[in-house]
Design a protein around this ligand. Structure first.
Ligand SMILES: [Cu+2]
Length: 212
C-alpha cells in the first residue's frame, strides 16, 4: 500500500506542476497583450469612421512616410482610418478603385483636398507640419456613410483605451505560443493521469509484493 500511495502522489503532483507552469505562462502573456494603451484622443468623427474598431490607431511615428488606402473594406473606407505620425511625415492616399468615386477632403486641422476619382492607383499626398494637431478628413461623396479618417501629428492629447495601438504582428506570435503551451499542458496532464491509472491498476505484479 505504501508503494501505491507514493505512485498516486507522484502522478497527481506531476499534473499539478503542469497546471502551475501553464498558469504562470498564461498570466505573463496576458499582461503583454492587455492593459491600457495611450492613443490620440480622437473626435467622434474619427471613432465612428468605417473600419475603425474600438481604439484602433496605427502608430506610424518614427516612419518617414505613411500610406492610406482609399476605397478599402467594403469600398467606403479609408484604411487605416486613424494614423499617428511625426510632424514632417508625408501621407500618401492611394485609391483602390473600389466603391466608386472618392476624394480626400480635410475637415479639422491642416487644409488639403484631392480630386474625386475612382481610378485605381491614383495617389494624393499631404505633408503634415503642425506638431500637436489632430487632423480629420472625409470623402465628400461618402461622408454620410462613415468614410472618415484622422491623422494625429506628434504630441497630441491622448486617452487610454484597452486595446489600442496596432503594433504589428507580434501579438499573433504570442497568441500562437499561448495556444501551444495550453495544448502541451493538457497533454502532460492527460498523459500523467493515464500513466498513473495504468500503474495503479496493472503496475503491481503478483511476484513483486512491494515493501510490505
Ligand atoms: Cu468615398
Amino acid at each position: 500500500m505504501k508503494r501505491r500511495e507514493f505512485i498516486t502522489a507522484a502522478g497527481v503532483g506531476g499534473a499539478a506542476t503542469a497546471v502551475g507552469a501553464n498558469g504562470a505562462v498564461g498570466t505573463a502573456a496576458a499582461q503583454e497583450e492587455e492593459g491600457p494603451q495611450e492613443v490620440p484622443d480622437w473626435p467622434e468623427f474619427v471613432t465612428e469612421a468605417n473600419e475603425y474598431s474600438s481604439g484602433a490607431t496605427e502608430d506610424l511615428r518614427g516612419e518617414s512616410e505613411a500610406t492610406v488606402e482609399v476605397g478599402a473594406g467594403d469600398g467606403l473606407a479609408f484604411a487605416p482610418p486613424a494614423i499617428w505620425i511625426d510632424a514632417g511625415t508625408t501621407v500618401t492616399w492611394e485609391w483602390t478603385g473600389e466603391g466608386g468615386g472618392h476624394n480626400v477632403s480635410s475637415q479639422e486641422g491642416e487644409d488639403f483636398s484631392s480630386d474625386v476619382t475612382d481610378e485605381a492607383g491614383f495617389t494624393f499626398e499631404h505633408t503634415f507640419e503642425q506638431d500637436g494637431q489632430i487632423n480629420t478628413y472625409q470623402c465628400d461623396p461618402h461622408a454620410g456613410q462613415g468614410m472618415h479618417g484622422g491623422v494625429a501629428v506628434g504630441e497630441v492629447p491622448t486617452t487610454e483605451v484597452e486595446t489600442g495601438v496596432i503594433t504589428d504582428p507580434e501579438e499573433l506570435g504570442v497568441k500562437i505560443q499561448e495556444h501551444y503551451v495550453g495544448i502541451g499542458a493538457v497533454l502532460m496532464i492527460s498523459v500523467s493521469l493515464v500513466f498513473t491509472f495504468f500503474v495503479l491498476k496493472y503496475g503491481e505484479s503478483p511476484h513483486a509484493k512491494g515493501g510490505d
